[in-house]
Every structure is written in C-alpha cells, then in structure tokens.
Design a protein around this ligand. Sequence first.
Ligand code: ADP
Length: 272
Amino acid sequence: MSIRLENVNYIYGEGTGQEKWALKNINLTLHDNEFVGIVGHTGSGKSTLTQLLNGLEKPSSGQIFYNEQDIQGEGFSKKELRQKVGLVFQYPEHQLFEVSVIKDVEFGPRNLGMNNLEIEKRSFDALKQVGISDDLLDVAPFALSGGQKRRVAIAGVLAMQPEVLILDEPTAGLDPAGRTEILELLQKLHRERNIAVILVSHSMDDVARYAERILVMNQGELVLDGAPEKVFRYRKELREIGLDVPQSTNILYELRDRGMDLDVNGITPEQA
Ligand code: ADP
C-alpha cells in the first residue's frame, strides 16, 4: 500500500472571491504499516489533508495516487479507496445512530453488500479489537461511556478492514485513562494487524511516544517530515510556528537515546 501526493493544493471556496488556501503544494508518500503523526496549529490544514487522503475531497490541483493509481483517474474505485483508507472523524461517536452497538458496527459492511456471516464475523472481530466486551453488543450506544462510544465508532471503521486508519484528534475530550486506551489500541492495531496509522494530534508527547514519523504542517504547508528524533531537533523552528518539543522528561530521554541531539540545541531533558 502507498498513498502519494504530488503537488497537491486545496482551496476552499475557489472562484467565490472568498478563497481560503488550505493546502499548498504538498508532496508526500505514505507507506505500508507506518505510524505517522500529523501535528500543526489549528487551521494549518491537517483535517483537509486527511479528507483528501481517502478521496472524500478532491484536490484543487495536483494528483493523489493510491498504489500508484491516480484516484481521480477513470476506472478507479472511490468506494474501494474509502474502504481501504478508513477515516475516523473528530468526535466520531456523534455519528453513532443505531439502536445497538453491534448494529452500528455492522452498518458499514452491510452497506458494502456482504453476506450476513461475513458482516457478523467482521463486526465481532472489530469490537474485540477495540476491547468492547460481548455483554455490550446489544446495549444502546448512548448508554456507553465516552471512551467506549469512541471505541465503538472506531470499530465501525475497522469492520471495513482498512489498510490505513486515519484518525483526526481521536483522544479529544477524553480523560487521561480514555486517551491512553485509544493510543494503546492504535499501537496494537499497528503492531499486530499491520494497519498503517495516521494520527492527527496536537499533543507532541503523544506523537513522539507513538509515531515513527512526524509531519509538521504550518499554514497549509508541510514544513517538516521525519522521525521524531529528527523533527524535534528543530526546536526553534517549531516554536516559531507555535509548537514545541515534547514536555515529558521520559520521552525526551528516549528521543535522545534514539539520536536526538538535544545538546546541540542547548536543550537537556531537565530544561525542557
Ligand atoms: P486544521 O485541521 O489543521 O485545524 P483545517 O484543514 O481544518 O486545519 O483548515 C485549514 C484552513 O482551511 C483553515 O484556514 C480553515 O479556516 C480553512 N477551512 C477549513 N474548512 C473550511 C471550510 N469548510 N470552508 C472554508 N475554509 C475552511
């Protein structure tokens, strides 16, 4: 699996006199089984980028290739793309609407026209992956806790058996325990199921801890792209765009062990 963006621009309200340039000349390749963190200030283009990656929006100019096939090209199946590249929106639990947990998770596979046995198998498996126990299958989604609802919403996307899972701020509004649960779940899916994870987050600590590659967005541009220990060397540049290196001492020590040259920038874990 690969997703490649070539000179991609995205402008909201093009031709209306109220243009908003949300993405500027993005060049980027996402690979199989990567865990990528996308960081950047509010309005830097993160959400817009995620919506282009699964074909929900189309670029104003430039091209996007899935497995080297142009996704705007004739004969390319957008339906298959949306299945392979699962997108979990911000506050996905707002989209739960069925009478029970299991029915909600079954909705996607049922829409794809699968037989009942396959629908059931995928849905049970997805709920198991997110750690929702069988006694909750017939419960109404609204009766669940915030963290449980979110995991059910993620199970709905997993039931489509995506190769890539893109999540836009999946820990927003959850308590620390709920946040850790979600992040550990993503790591497990990545490690055990070989799913590529693309995590949009404003927490530098979270992306440093879990992601193997970090994309830094600023005002619609991709300004840094690399391993955490490389990206966080640019502390001055990050600060200029309202971001910073992780604050957790443990993470800073780990990054230093992985080759982040903290001393060159005059930062030690104690000072950060
Ligand atoms: P982020 O996810 O990093 O906060 P977005 O992708 O949501 O950034 O937004 C990028 C830019 O596009 C911002 O300037 C934002 O105001 C603008 N934008 C986002 N959605 C719309 C929209 N529906 N109409 C017009 N402008 C938008």
